[in-house]
Design a protein around this ligand. Structure first.
Ligand code: GLN
Length: 309
């Protein structure tokens, strides 16, 4: 890997894909106005190596709505705060094979979501965090600490998520009907809608996820662990199997890295022991993953040979 010029790899990927983004690849999420008005033409990519070297190309420093990428960080927060049993008693660890906002499996599985990275699972994690108090502040503190920069919610996005979140409201109520949600559904959803609204750039997300390529070690502080080495391995395993919803098999086949996507068009990926990277292009494919983001990761793995397989 030492022989690979990572900056040149990112420049090459941006040169190939930015014109395609400009031509309009995929479909920008339009369920809320704040996402619908983001131009499809954006393309950014950034990485941070295990030893802190950074590289970036395209719109890597422009903040975007991280949406479901936040599910990775709320699960991290839950792992920091809660006993294993408290998390996994009510949340599974299997790929769902269904869209991220699907309700179907919740009925047969009696209100237990398949995994923490689909909406139902993330709402269940949010509920646990609310029980332990100050969840929104603690998430922003975690993210700001990981980036070394202040990270904030986009209140306009959070309010729109709440105003249009019919399916998420249904998921929360459905789980509540099986006594799987401890707090009022409004409280769990308020946390969930806010976490979806966090705005970060590719460079910030790549840096923040650094602990996943450093055996749990803080990206900016060698003397502190964000999570244990075992928890970092488990987060990577969940990203690989569940991080991109019903496309997780296709991602493993074409890319072979733990990834977590969001409908804002961001995807974070981890090469364990080596680097973390983030790509952003708002046009989505039919699974709700960034269409060019997936291609960018495929090009990256092809150019560097970096994969867990
Ligand atoms: N806010 C979106 C939702 O709850 C997040 C989903 C996603 O990014 N996949 O539907």
């Amino acid at each position: 890997m030492a022989a690979v010029d990572l900056q040149a790899v990112l420049d090459g990927i941006a040169a190939t894909l930015a014109p395609r983004a400009a031509a309009g690849a995929g479909k920008v999420a339009d369920y809320i106005p704040a996402l619908a008005r983001v131009p499809a033409a954006h393309f950014g990519i950034a990485l941070c190596t295990r030893d802190g070297t950074q590289a970036a190309a395209g719109d890597a420093h422009q903040p975007f709505s991280i949406q479901s990428i936040s599910k990775l960080f709320t699960l991290t927060l839950a792992m920091q705060t809660l006993e294993d049993g408290e998390i996994w008693q009510r949340i599974g660890r299997e790929p769902s094979g269904n869209p991220f906002n699907s309700l179907v499996q919740l009925e047969s599985e009696r209100g237990v979501p398949r995994n923490p990275f689909i909406n139902a699972g993330a709402i269940a994690v949010a509920d646990r965090l609310v029980t332990h108090g100050d969840a929104k502040r603690r998430l922003l503190e975690l993210l700001s600490g990981l980036c070394g920069e202040t990270i904030a919610f986009d209140e306009e996005v959070a309010a729109s998520e709440a105003a249009t979140g019919y399916r998420n409201i249904a998921l929360a109520n459905f789980m509540k009907s099986f006594q799987r949600i401890d707090n009022p559904v409004e409280a769990a959803l308020d946390m969930y809608f806010h976490q979806c609204s966090v705005a970060m750039s590719c460079a910030q997300v790549a840096r923040a996820a650094g602990y996943l390529c450093r055996d749990g070690l803080h990206p900016l502080d060698d003397s502190s662990q964000v999570v244990t080495e075992r928890q970092a391995r488990r987060l990577n395993a969940l990203m690989l199997t569940c991080g991109t919803y019903d496309a997780a098999g296709e991602f493993a086949y074409r890319i072979g890295l733990p990834c977590k996507s969001g409908v804002g068009g961001g995807i974070v990926a981890v090469v364990p022991d080596t680097l973390s990277l983030c790509v952003w292009s708002p046009g989505l494919d039919h699974s709700g993953n960034s269409a060019l983001g997936m291609e960018a990761l495929e090009l990256f793995v092809g150019a560097t040979g970096l994969s867990v397989f």
